[in-house]
Design a protein around this ligand. Sequence first.
Ligand code: R5P
Length: 292
Amino acid sequence: MIVAGGSASGLLSEDLAKTLGCKLANVEIKRFPDDECYVKVHDDLQGQDVVVVQTTYPDPNIIELFLLQDAVRNSGAASITTVVPYFGYARQDKSFTRGEAVSARLMARHISLGCDRVFTMDIHNISVLEAFTVPVQNISAMPAIGRFLADNSVDIIVSPDEGSKARASLAAESAGCPWDFLQKKRIDSQTVEIKPKNLDVSGQTVAIVDDIIATGGTVIKAAEQLKLQGAKKVFAACTHGLFTGNSIPRLEAACDAIFSTQTLERPTSSISVAGTVAEALKNCDILCCRSE
Ligand code: R5P
């Protein structure tokens, strides 16, 4: 097995190759003066099972993924497994009004064209998986996030709402700590309180876990409320640290620490998901069959 990393996923590709104990392909990626992308694989991949790793955000990384898949195929790979750590364009998964592009479906179909199998990670909407035309599996980063939070002495893990409670439960199972979800309670016409449904957070170190932090609005509101309820420390932890606009200073003001994985490479990317991806790859039929 060989790992071929795109420039959006260099850290994860390196970690993944180390974890799997396999070679990291020598891939040259550069831009022409007009900003078009050039990709060349400098290894002979004849007969190899190749794992291509590339986040599809922002837009230039999408084209780079397509070229990387093509370069790997042209180097003789026997199978290509594409790992898309952060799947951009997952939000528009249906046409809300006539004439709209369904970007998630289109992306899924195009990624499928260049490979034999796909892995996504905490994809925004699981129904998008139906649009892939090759076998696909979504991996959860929550167990890895839970282990990381346990190492950072977190007492309680919460999700920002009931709809995402499965994530808190999964992270807490790995962390070995209690979990809860936040509920909105109307106090009067002016005031809405956001509180954990069951647990008392006073004096506790609480981690809010989410799949994605974008504007930071969801986590900031939750963190402020947890602090008002007496939480000693509030951490924010997510799979995908998108951090749009000026969200980082606003998050830093509301939380004691912010952690994300390497699906989007950020200064906050201290949680490794290489082990999680490696485990999923080891259980993948195509690769297992071929390596025997
Ligand atoms: C919602 O469906 C997601 O799980 C996140 O809670 C949301 O995308 C976070 O967005 P923001 O950081 O902009 O509040």
